[in-house]
Design a protein around this ligand. Structure first.
Ligand code: NAP
Length: 250
């Protein structure tokens, strides 16, 4: 049976490679993008490679766009097997990058996409996810949202100061555990993925992993078997050369 997977922010970067990774595994991929031109171009790239890819206009900060996307997916497929909440932004670098330099405007903007957008998209698609035999929801989080890692003075993330991006990912991992608890005992699994530091537009291509590598833990969580984990933050572990992938601390 073919599975159907929606990836938000799939027109480039890690999201595009998640779409490709799921398509390689036989899924029909729904390429969510807020810009129609960029979304259609990415979808055509995948169809040119022989994959079943469809463009879905989806701005995760726009409730009308979310409702229209959910209605279209419902009419076309009646169920959704995989939801990858990948769309994310870092916000502006403000002042010296310290917590006190953060403006509420920047904080709100980042939360609209990275936090509120995830809840809005997930709740709108839950009827279709429930209609699938064993849906998988993957929230693309980050190691910079880990309280344990960012408060460890020895950690490479200890110097982070600005509030918006790291705290949005901390909120996202909490949100992940709350959905996971709600669906414990059902076939649905909800996990947070850490792609690791990946070269994309998000960081001016400074990351040391490729987008395809960043997509790996996300694809893995999106295709978990019935005995796979639920409610975990899992993915790339910076500096752990022995276990490159594994569970991350909260
Ligand atoms: P990217 O190349 O900048 O891609 C971000 C994607 O999100 C783009 O497709 C962008 O669309 C989309 N997007 C932004 N706001 C949106 C909105 N309101 N509605 C729909 N789509 C929206 O960044 P990336 O590195 O691939 O990031 C993907 C995810 O991985 C993010 O959640 C990020 O926080 C996470 N992550 C990245 C890294 C890293 O090192 N790169 C590490 C850990 C976690 P447009 O093209 O229209 O802007």
């Amino acid at each position: 049976m073919t599975t159907t997977a929606l990836i938000t922010g799939a027109n480039k970067g890690i999201g595009f490679e998640v779409a490709r990774g799921l398509a390689v595994r036989g899924a029909t991929v729904l390429v969510g993008a807020r810009d129609e031109g960029r979304g259609r171009a990415a979808t055509e790239k995948l169809t040119a490679e022989g994959f079943d890819a469809r463009f879905v206009h989806l701005d995760v900060t726009d409730s009308g766009s979310i409702d229209r996307a959910a209605a279209w997916i419902g009419a076309e497929f009646a169920a959704l097997d995989v939801l990858v909440n990948n769309a994310g932004i870092t916000g502006e670098l403000e002042g010296d990058g310290k917590a006190s330099a953060t403006t509420l405007a920047n904080l709100r903007k980042v939360y609209e996409t990275n936090v509120f957008g995830v809840v809005a998209v997930t709740n709108a698609l839950l009827p279709l996810l429930r209609a699938a035999p064993a849906a998988r929801i993957v929230n693309v989080a980050s190691e910079v949202g880990s309280l344990t890692l960012t408060t460890d003075p020895e950690s490479p993330f200890a110097a982070l100061g600005a509030i918006p991006y790291p705290s949005s990912k901390t909120a996202l991992t909490m949100i992940t555990t709350l959905y996971a608890k709600e669906f414990a005992g059902t076939p649905i699994k909800v996990n947070a993925a850490n792609p690791g530091y990946t070269a994309t537009d998000l960081n001016g291509h400074t990351g040391f992993r490729t987008p395809a590598q960043g997509a790996e833990p996300i694809v893995w969580l999106a295709t978990l078997p019935a005995d796979g984990p639920n409610g975990k933050h899992w993915g790339h572990r910076w500096g752990d050369t022995e276990h490159e992938y594994g569970e991350l601390p909260w």
